[in-house]
Design a protein around this ligand. Sequence first.
Ligand SMILES: Nc1ncnc2c1ncn2[C@@H]1O[C@H](COP(=O)(O)OP(=O)(O)OP(=O)(O)O)[C@@H](O)[C@H]1O
Length: 746
Amino acid sequence: MSTPTKLGTPDPDRDDSDNVVPLRRTVTSEDTTEVTAASTSSTEIERKVFDGELVTPLDSAALDRRLSAQRVRDAGGQVVRVLRTSDQTARLRYRVRQSPRDARTLVWYSLRGHWRFVVKGWTWATYGDLRADVRAARLAGDVEARRAAQEMIRADAHARWTRLAMVLRRLLVTAAVVAPIALALVIAGALFERSEMWEWLASVYGVLDIVGAVLSTVWSVALFVVPAGVLVASVFEGRDRKPGAGFLVQPNRDDNDSYVDERMISQALAHLGVAPLDKFFKSGGQLVYSVPARVDGDGTYAQVRLPMGVTADMVAGQRKKLAANLGRASLETWPTEGSEDGILDLWVADKGKLGRGAGDWPLLHDGQVDLFEGVPFGLTQRGMLINAPLFEANWLVGGRPGQGKSAALRTAMLGAALDPTAELWAFVMGESPDFDPFRPRLTRYAMGMDDSVAEAALQALRDMLAEMERRGKVLGEMGTPKTSRKLADKRGVGLHPLVCAIDEVHELFQHPTYGEEAGKLAIRLIKRGRKYGVILLLATQSPTKDSIPREVTRNISVGVAFAVADHVANDGLLGAGKYKQGIRATDLRMKTDRGTAVAVGLTDNVFELVRVFYIAFEDGRDDVTPVITRAMQLIADAGRDVPVADDVDAAPELVDHLADIATVLREDKRVRTQVLLGRLVEHRPDEYEGWTFQDLKSALADAGVEVAKSNGHSVVRADDIATAITERDDVAADVEDFDRDEDAGK
Ligand SMILES: Nc1ncnc2c1ncn2[C@@H]1O[C@H](COP(=O)(O)OP(=O)(O)OP(=O)(O)O)[C@@H](O)[C@H]1O
């Protein structure tokens, strides 16, 4: 059984930048906890479990043992493929095969090394460096520098001869002292036996014998070691010094096609035709890799500090050449600006991996969503799952026709549909059934080319604005700046997420009657709706300044660009300057890269190349309806109706916990939590009956108040409550001022 059924639980200790590619997770038959997307979405990017199968605990243990013997578990304990393991074997096998060629290379290095020693010796003996300085100064007409260099040669030559004379003199003096003694010892040794000698003289001969034996041993060892050392030194001296060259040529491994290392990157950069880079390499420069090339998802990542005069966008400007030099398609080569202009972030995809699509949507068969945590949307270029943000976000999806915009919008909306508290509106400004299966889950829906659809969409924007203002007031009264999961769950207050998708939105903005007003409303909603849970998802074929108001493109927080025609459309969707920084959807190919988009704002990274999950709804295949059926079931299970914005209690009773606590504190400076809980129940039994210490603690924490300690008892201090109420009132006043200013600005 190999149907993917579950998502892996994210490990909080895990570092997503690990050099590992998750391939498979085994799920034992004991592992019965159903893991939903909601519970997996505590981080923006998660690892995707591609496949899982049920095994018995016994099999699982056996598999664990085998895999851990192969060192294929990562720090989080999940089963992973570590490329290193197979690489080492491949490398070893390769080295054995290549040994004759390596031997030839080493002989050549040694010869070249000897020659380089000779050249160095000659340069030293003839003051080659200083003479070169003299020549350069003469050519430059710099008399001062020439004289200084010549003076240095003279001074150095003088010092050198003086040193030589000194050494010779010391040798002569030593010889003059040592030679007669040595001669006397030789003569005495020849004339007398040791036994006939004075005792002290015999022991001198004894010491000399030992010294002689040591010297002869050292000599015989040196006869091997010194030539070997010279050989190694000559090989090292004669090694290849081309930019990025390794000591021996890189092996052709199993993943040869995908293999990229610093040497290859340096060589590729050396042949870009960027003048300062060329100069740098010609003068023997070596690039500094702040992050050496390492496996990163479905590709290789490296970070390079560029030399003087070169910026990352100069390299990004030569992307096609760089891709060709690395043996990749442009789309597989991503040179972008790092944290500084002079730092190049380079990510190179493994060959052909990007064309593979994202696979099944993780929530296709199972799972629920917490919209506040995001919805599974696609895979990054590194193969990580993107949990796309919807709360506090507004989206603009664009690209040329037929590249996957509507499908992407549908994926985001289907995710939202699986949050039973989310209210969904959809408007399609054209004849397209993309959202038809959503009908039962949609609170508002209109589709078509006629004016009535544009009118309905405009009315929706008007109502959203009114709704936003109502929510602003409710939140102001509650002293909370924005809605939250907790508030969204609360019935009757209408602070749930309201998501409105408009496909082919340029048709609305360019509408002769409704366009202008629609534009203005959208701008206000995008600027201010986020904290109130009012979310706009817009899709268009034409993200130009004539078809989408500039303030919309400027303020949108998530830009998703499928293949676009030019840099204007690119920057319209992704933000000004993105094309220049190398973040380009222009490199996406029509048809071939359908379903792949460049996106900003989906994660904390500067950009992502996203393979969007495709939930089919075409050619008689309908994977959307079953998800909508599930979404309806989730709503029924929660005992709710399809959320509707005006389904709000006329005067929702919003209990102000902080105010209640202030009341029941009475005149006391501090009150024990147990006593306080009792007083709260007395004060408002409906609300506080059943409250535990934890409920009280979390209500206080929401207001930024901590439970204090007094004589070993947990207490709530009146001063803390008074401060929290003052701060809350200040925040509410600020929010009101801000909203008023915003309105005045419009
Ligand atoms: N993520 C995806 N993965 C694989 N195929 C996809 C994906 N998204 C879209 N496609 C394919 O591309 C086709 C066109 O998709 P879609 O209708 O979403 O494009 P579009 O950009 O909205 O087009 P238009 O601008 O004409 O409305 C789909 O019918 C589907 O076959």
